[in-house]
Design a protein around this ligand. Structure first.
Ligand SMILES: N[C@@H](CCC[C@H](N)C(=O)O)C(=O)O
Length: 268
């Protein structure tokens, strides 16, 4: 028997299983992450988060998508982790170190500066990442940006008119993105952003924190909005601030749902 505890939390409806392995050790594999994340046969979540000891930060955070793939960054989960810790904290991720300021009703994160070089996204070959010379039906010329993880950002008149269920997986798996990509479709209205995200390794989610960062950076860089900007998604809003050359500041909520206990051996 290998019993352990987990926390269920969400940030704007983007939901997580968070396991603090410092008190609840577990051996994580792709198969086990996928089994735990499965909404029909497991516990269910968009991302599975492991907290581990860190020698350079308060805690190290590992991130597994619903499909079991391990990835570099997750903005909404980082706010949840700072909220769970209940104090200002520095979080080590594969996408960079993130400082979090704790307030009971909101968390502010300093996310790493965005990267735009094609090798850093990464893209498969040299091309203009500010307006990629590519199109998938009505989605054309995205800006590619890495904010710890890779994103493609499309600006459209009406985000709700886009068939993201069809185009999201096509773009996610396009050979132009050797590590796949998160797909952001945004409209600009009254100085604010309205966003839908097809997340790599998950599908369309109710909100994506790094997607909000990537989209805000792309919109500020193109002069479509001013910083800070409100980014509205199905699950709620985030405030994102960014000045060229600087860190990305994200402010938003984090919600605790429940604590559960399971036998890890029942999952993979
Ligand atoms: N939900 C997240 C992003 C999670 C990782 C992403 N799907 C990827 O594969 O890079 C967020 O809030 O940022």
């Amino acid at each position: 028997m290998a019993r352990g505890n987990f926390h269920k939390m969400h940030g704007l409806g983007n939901d997580f299983i968070i396991i603090d392995t410092r008190t609840s050790p577990v051996e994580m594999t792709t198969a086990r992450a996928r089994a735990l994340a499965d909404r029909k046969t497991g516990i269910g979540c968009d991302q599975l988060i492991l907290l581990e000891p860190s020698d350079m930060a308060t805690v190290r955070m590992r991130i597994f998508n619903q499909d079991g793939s391990e990835v570099e960054s997750c903005g909404n989960a980082t706010r949840c982790v700072v909220s769970l810790l209940g104090q200002d904290a520095t979080i080590e991720t594969d996408g960079g170190k993130i400082d979090g300021a704790y307030h009971e009703d909101r968390i502010t994160l300093q996310m790493p500066p965005p990267r735009f070089d094609w090798q850093d996204i990464p893209l498969a070959f040299a091309m203009d990442s500010a307006a990629m010379p590519m199109a998938w039906d009505e989605l054309a010329n995205p800006m590619a940006v890495n904010v710890g993880n890779p994103h493609a950002v499309f600006f459209v008149d009406d985000k709700d008119a886009i068939d993201l269920l069809h185009l999201g997986p096509q773009i996610e798996h396009d050979a132009a993105f050797p590590e796949r990509v998160n797909v952001n479709v945004a409209s600009v209205r009254d100085g604010a952003l309205f966003l839908r995200v097809w997340e790599r390794g998950v599908g369309e989610t109710r909100a994506c924190g790094t997607g909000a960062c990537a989209t805000a950076v792309a919109a500020i860089r193109q002069g479509k909005v001013a910083s800070p900007v409100t980014v509205n998604q199905a699950g709620g809003s985030l405030t994102i601030g960014w000045e060229p050359g600087g860190l990305i500041e994200m402010t938003g909520g984090a919600t605790y749902v429940f604590m559960g206990e399971v036998d890890w051996d029942d999952f993979g």
